[in-house]
Design a protein around this ligand. Structure first.
Ligand SMILES: [Fe+2]
Ligand SMILES: [Fe+2]
Length: 382
């Protein structure tokens, strides 16, 4: 029985390969013909298939997005708008302010403290900010190009800016001055036997950051001294960068699993890995944050290379993902993004960002809007 089933499928295989295109491909061909018909009619005569195909490739998709796909893209646009809002704040004070990422004039002392992690930090902050700006701008434009509503959170930009010299005085969506930073991604990506998707938990790299409430940008020029205080603020930013970008690294593959339209899948799969590129860079830089204790609030950045830290779980030059268990512990370990569970991921991200303190001071209307966008994305089905 088994053998004959195998045999039957073996016989089937070549036939399947030789089959004519399926219905959707038929549909596509019909549309290509219609699209190229006009060109042929105006005298191109022997318009090549290539030119018809390339005309089609530059033509925006005209069919309207399904509700689920639109909700997923809207939630992603929301996350990207929020990311852009705080990356912009980092760039104004510690990045490169130029025509690509305008706004602010820099804080010399804060920028120097960031450069202790890597002399290229201002450039990386600038580039990450620019990337986020293009992420939400593209997603919103794409939504509209497919007949769906874009996301606009401007009415919620009511939070105060830093009073430090270099920051613009404008309303913000996010608050970088009272953060509680979860640094468990550090050990989560170094474990070879645990996975958050399988219910495991992970130690913090900087335990204090997960408990208190700390600024990641100077709140005013008073924060620029003493030296270990402004360095602790820059260190907090350094870890926060990776905490955020590992979130994006998980968010895209988690939502991709419930996308229906192939082009929407392409959008999600093409943006998602850039979050991983950011995460990898920031994970490397966070390892350069000097160990110190902030004299103003006792926030401690431990030396991650010595006991009780150190070893596979903490050593700072181990920046690549360690292969670990995935799906089922009976399967071999594999190097993967983690977590990628799709159930409730959007609301999970909202809770993660809220617990981080990123929205401290925001209105109930803001949280209501955010929860609605997340609930709609989580309701999307394949
Ligand atoms: Fe992004
Ligand atoms: Fe990002």
């Amino acid at each position: 029985m088994t053998t004959s089933a195998k045999h039957a499928s073996g016989v089937d295989a070549p036939a399947t390969l030789a089959e004519p295109p399926d219905e959707s491909q038929h549909g596509f061909s019909r549309r290509s013909l219609l699209a190229s018909g006009v060109a042929v009619g105006v005298g191109a005569g022997l318009a090549s298939f290539e030119s018809a195909a390339s005309a089609l490739a530059t033509k925006p998709a005209s069919h309207k997005l399904g509700e689920g796909d639109a909700a997923i893209l809207r939630f992603l646009a929301t996350a990207e708008i929020l990311e852009t809002d705080f990356w912009q704040q980092y760039n104004e004070l510690g990045g490169v302010q130029d025509s690509e990422v305008p706004g602010g004039s820099g804080s010399k002392r804060y920028t120097e403290a960031l450069e202790v992690l890597d002399e290229d930090m201002p450039q990386y902050i600038h580039d990450n900010t620019e990337d986020e700006f293009t992420h939400f701008t593209f997603l919103n434009a794409y939504l509209e190009s497919r007949g769906a509503e874009a996301v606009d959170l401007k009415q919620f930009a009511t939070l105060s800016s830093s009073k430090a010299t270099g920051a613009q005085q404008i309303g913000r969506l996010t608050n970088l001055m009272e953060l509680t930073v979860d640094t468990s991604w550090w050990t989560r990506y170094r474990s070879s036997s645990k996975n958050l998707d399988l219910g495991d938990s992970f130690a913090q790299a900087v335990p204090d950051l997960a408990k208190g409430s700390f600024p990641a940008i100077p709140r005013s020029d008073t924060d620029l001294a003493p030296e270990d205080h402004i360095q602790a603020i820059a260190n907090t930013a350094g870890f926060h960068f990776a905490t955020i970008e590992q979130g994006g690294t998980s968010l895209y593959p988690s939502l991709a699993q419930r996308v229906n339209d192939p082009e929407v899948l392409r959008v999600v799969l093409s943006i998602g890995p850039t979050e991983a590129m950011h995460f990898q860079t920031w994970a490397d830089k966070a390892g350069n944050a000097p160990s110190l204790t902030d004299p103003t609030n006792r926030l401690e950045f431990p030396d991650l290379n010595v006991a009780p830290f150190g070893g596979e779980e903490f050593q700072t030059n181990l920046i690549m993902p360690e292969p670990t268990v995935f799906l089922r512990k009976s399967l071999p370990i594999v190097s993967i993004v983690r977590p990628t569970n799709t159930q409730g991921i959007a609301m999970g991200v909202v809770e993660f960002l809220t617990a981080m303190g990123l929205f401290k001071g925001q209105s109930q209307d803001f949280f209501d809007a955010l929860h609605t966008l997340a609930a709609e994305a989580d309701a999307a089905k394949r």
